[in-house]
Design a protein around this ligand. Structure first.
Ligand code: M6R
Length: 609
């Protein structure tokens, strides 16, 4: 939530680097934005309500001679999305961009008002600018003032600060919110996330909590809260910069749906022994799993749905008792765990506040942990005992697509790994399970051929205001995911249910105006039962979209629609059956004209509770 960038380098690049980097961070928040340069020793702050393009319009004819600057794109937490609440938040010579939440801002605001400071915004961030100013006016340097300010601040933050009084430098720090820095030649970059500055370098330094950084013409220096020097080695990231481009697609969401076969391929790379008999997790400590009798998985949103599929896989293949928790619930309750309980945190971004707090809770309870994440050196990957990296590449569209299928593949690999190491499967079954994993990319490629069919179907269905998605077994979470996708990008109300639950209440909703989407691959062990549920819906006049691999099935009512997906093995079927529901959400949203990549009220990375 919120993206920040900073640049120190050449004056003829300041504006373009900041604007382009901000553009690549817009998925973190997009309700207002702002930028600050220092020109002739004075800060020049330009802010705008709404999408980044509004800021860019203001900047169009603005000549920038500053060789450094900071910028921000916002997802509102405190104060409505408006120009006065946009960042940078300014106090006298101080300008601050902030990602996070100042939890004790009401008390600090009271103190600052009593000291004579006037507040011009409703943001929590404004207390940071006033406090830094206050410390500088008491004779402290900008760096020292920033340090002293954050001794008083409770909450989460990644900030970058500039001052008219020390015009050649930018100070930055973080706690619980991500921040990376990079150098390339004589240029220094700072950002909330790798994609923002990926076109300029592949080497990044991931800052730790309470690191304080100075960026100036001499480069970058890092100190700790006490002022001691800190050395952080850069990490090389092998993402291709083109992955942050739309590459001819109209939206990132569509591009990312199409990237799934290659993302799965990359996630599988290096995961099998040469004889294809075993799964290899180089970073996984086998002792972590040896004594595991029970697994608890925690995640949010789409990652939660992938985790529900993970439970089916782990229990079915490896026979290990597994429970899935919403991270936002788990972190606040007192779960009963034993020394043999393993915790798995699942998060595309690796920064989701609820999931990382759930991980901390698990660690407090003495559990060993695995992080399944898509972002190297993210918070969750750093705090887990071991990491299984999904290789989806940067996911820019707010609606998760390729991260879902790669997380499901990570669970599949883990379940096969556990099954083999516990001798829960014989070698023939192990080889078959591995062959099924390898088949997924090709099956997905085939399913991507449904794009045009789903586009046409969406034209027939976009007018409905409610949808139900039904699935059973391992495809029940796909129903949940289908409903979430439709809700978030098209703003149409949709609910996912386990098909067997219909008769316990939701069936009352069925009438001519309630389309029901069935996720029903023929290989689903409950396929016959799903056909029974189909009849129940038909008997009540419902209109059906039936996603199945059963080519022979005839739907007698011509109002109903059948989508044929390729046949796969049951356990890998969710990675194929989800593709039509992703396409459908995308095309319905497109027809309705919503902002597919940046749906209202959402942000890609949710770093607040
Ligand atoms: O980065 P994470 O996987 O932890 O994010 C969790 C959710 O915020 C995320 O999956 C969200 O539900 C997506 N926008 C859904 O498409």
């Amino acid at each position: 939530m919120c993206g920040i960038v900073a640049y120190v380098g050449s004056s003829d690049r300041t504006k373009s680097v900041l604007c382009e980097s901000l553009g690549r961070l817009e998925y973190r928040g997009y309700d207002s934005s702002g930028i600050c340069f220092v020109e002739n020793g004075r800060s020049r702050v330009i802010r705008s309500e709404g999408k980044l393009e509004n800021l860019f319009t203001k900047l169009k004819d603005c000549e920038v001679t500053s060789s450094l600057g900071i910028a921000h794109t916002r997802w509102a937490t405190h104060g409505d999305p408006s120009e006065r609440n946009a960042h940078p938040q300014v106090s006298g010579p101080i300008s601050v961009v902030h990602n996070g939440i100042v939890e004790n801002y009401p008390e600090l605001k009271k103190e600052l008002i009593a000291a004579g400071y006037e507040f011009r915004s409703d943001t929590d961030t404004e207390v940071i600018s006033h406090l830094i100013r206050d410390f500088t006016e008491k004779g402290n340097s900008l760096l020292e003032s920033t340090r002293k300010t954050f001794e008083k601040i409770e909450g989460s933050y990644a900030v970058a600060v500039m001052s008219d009084k020390e015009p050649g430098k930018i100070i930055a720090t973080r706690r619980f919110s991500p921040l990376i820095i990079a150098r390339s030649g004589s240029e220094c970059f700072l950002a909330s996330d790798i994609p923002a500055i990926l076109p300029y370098t592949r080497e990044f330094i991931f800052l730790e909590d309470n690191d304080f950084v100075v960026l100036d013409e001499n480069g970058v220096s890092i100190t700790d809260a006490a002022g001691g020097d800190v050395r952080r080695d850069p990490t090389v990231v092998d993402w291709d910069p083109s992955v942050t481009e739309k590459s001819g697609y109209r939206h990132y969401m569509l591009k990312e749906i199409f990237e799934q076969p290659s993302a799965i391929f990359d996630t599988l790379r290096g995961k099998f022994t040469a004889d294809m008999r075993k799964v290899v997790f180089e970073d996984l400590d086998p002792s972590l799993l040896r004594n595991t009798q029970r697994i608890i998985i925690a995640a949010c949103g789409t990652s939660y749905h992938a985790s529900l599929i993970g439970k089916y896989m782990i229990e079915e293949v490896a026979g290990v008792n597994t429970q899935v928790e919403l991270a936002s619930e788990f972190r606040h309750r007192n779960p009963v765990v034993g020394p043999d309980t393993l915790f798995i945190a699942v998060s595309q971004s690796g920064e989701t506040a609820d999931t990382s707090e759930a991980l901390l809770k698990a660690k407090e309870l003495g559990m060993n942990s695995i992080g399944i994440t898509n972002v190297v050196l993210s918070k969750i990957s750093r705090e887990s005992d071991c990491v299984i990296a999904t290789k989806a590449g940067p996911e820019i569209g707010v609606a998760s697509t390729k991260s879902f299928t790669t997380q499901v593949m990570a669970f599949y690999l883990l379940s096969v790994y556990l099954a083999i190491s516990r001798k829960a499967v014989d070698s023939k079954r192990a080889r078959q399970l591995i062959a099924d994993a390898i088949s997924v990319s090709k099956l997905q490629q085939e399913a991507l051929g449904l794009d045009e069919h789903l586009r046409e179907l969406s034209r027939d269905f976009y007018g409905y205001r409610n949808f139900i998605y039904l699935g059973r077994g391992i495809n029940y979470p796909v129903a949940l995911e289908g409903a979430l996708k439709l809700k978030e990008v098209s703003y149409i109300h949709a609910e996912g249910y386990a098909a067997g639950e219909m008769k316990h209440g939701p069936i009352a909703l069925i009438d001519r105006n309630m389309p029901v989407v069935f996720i029903a691959p023929e290989e689903d062990v409950y396929y016959k039962k799903l056909l029974g549920n189909f009849q129940e819906v038909k008997a009540r006049g419902g209109r059906i979209i039936f996603i199945t691999s059963d080519r022979e099935l005839r739907l007698p009512d011509e109002r109903d629609r059948k989508i044929v997906i390729p046949k796969s093995s049951y356990l890998v079927s969710p990675m194929v059956s989800v593709i039509p529901v992703q396409f459908m959400a995308y095309h319905v949203a497109n027809i309705l004209g919503t902002d597919v990549d940046q749906p209202r009220n959402l942000a890609k990375v949710v770093t607040v509770e």
